[in-house]
Design a protein around this ligand. Structure first.
Ligand code: CTP
Ligand code: MG
Length: 216
């Protein structure tokens, strides 16, 4: 089955506050988008959603589209152009791609039609943003990462149902689940965190450096 990689990279990166779109922020000489794509195992087709007016980085084998106002809209634009029977949706902001995770997701997608990487929650979790509210049972909770894999026709159905019903979601698995289709979890990896805040750039840089040292 042919696999299309869809990369939403059209966000503004407001929480990072780097003065440019997050996917185009450089760390150790390459942008987050370049790291994410160059570390990704080979697929049949790569489609990337960029912010309006952004210059695609040179030298990457990818097709570029203009993203939308939300992540969901950006993914839908990519999805409409994809040709693979399977699609992997991966945030450019998860620049430290771990190949084993991608393989696990792809394997589970081939057998179930919908899969996502997830990891346990290490911290105590509570409701409430300013005062300590009810604690949630973290054993029952997971942090959900990308890449998420789907049969293309299933994800398309999920996005179109969401559009019709005016539902929004921060990832694609939510939209598929809303159709009543289960999404299989496979183990994710903490190194595949989403670069979100300024100090995350230091973490990414350190991971890349540690890996380079190991290979040296
Ligand atoms: N994204 C996108 N189109 C949008 C918004 C987000 O393609 N309109 C992408 C981002 O580029 C990122 C991924 O979706 O790779 C996850 O989004 P997030 O981490 O929220 O990135 P930003 O929206 O850029 O960051 P912020 O919310 O801090 O502005
Ligand atoms: Mg965002």
């Amino acid at each position: 089955m042919r696999v299309s990689l869809l990369v939403p990279a059209a966000g503004r990166g407001e929480r990072l506050g780097a003065g440019r779109p997050k996917a185009l922020v450089p760390v150790r000489g390459r942008t987050l988008l370049e790291w994410a794509l160059s570390r990704f195992p080979p697929v049949d087709e790569v489609l990337v959603a960029l912010p309006p007016g952004a210059e695609p980085p040179p030298g990457l084998e990818a097709r570029y589209l203009e993203g939308g106002a939300t992540r969901q809209e950006s993914v839908y634009r990519l999805l409409k152009e994809a040709s693979g029977e399977l699609v992997l949706v991966h945030d450019a902001a998860r620049a430290f791609v771990v190949a084993e995770v991608v393989h696990r997701v792809l394997e589970a997608t081939r057998t179930t039609g919908a899969a996502a990487p997830a990891i346990p929650v290490p911290d105590t979790l509570v409701e409430g943003a300013t005062t300590y509210g009810r604690a949630l049972d973290r054993e029952r909770l997971r942090l959900v990462q990308t890449p998420q894999g789907f049969a293309r026709s299933l994800l398309r159905k999920a996005h179109e149902a969401a559009l019709r019903e005016g539902r929004t979601a921060t990832d694609d698995a939510q939209l598929v689940r809303a159709l009543g289709h289960p999404v299989k979890f496979v183990p994710g990896d903490r190194r595949m965190f989403k670069v979100t805040y300024p100090e995350d750039l230091e973490l990414l840089s350190a991971l890349l450096q540690a890996e380079a040292d190991e290979l040296a």
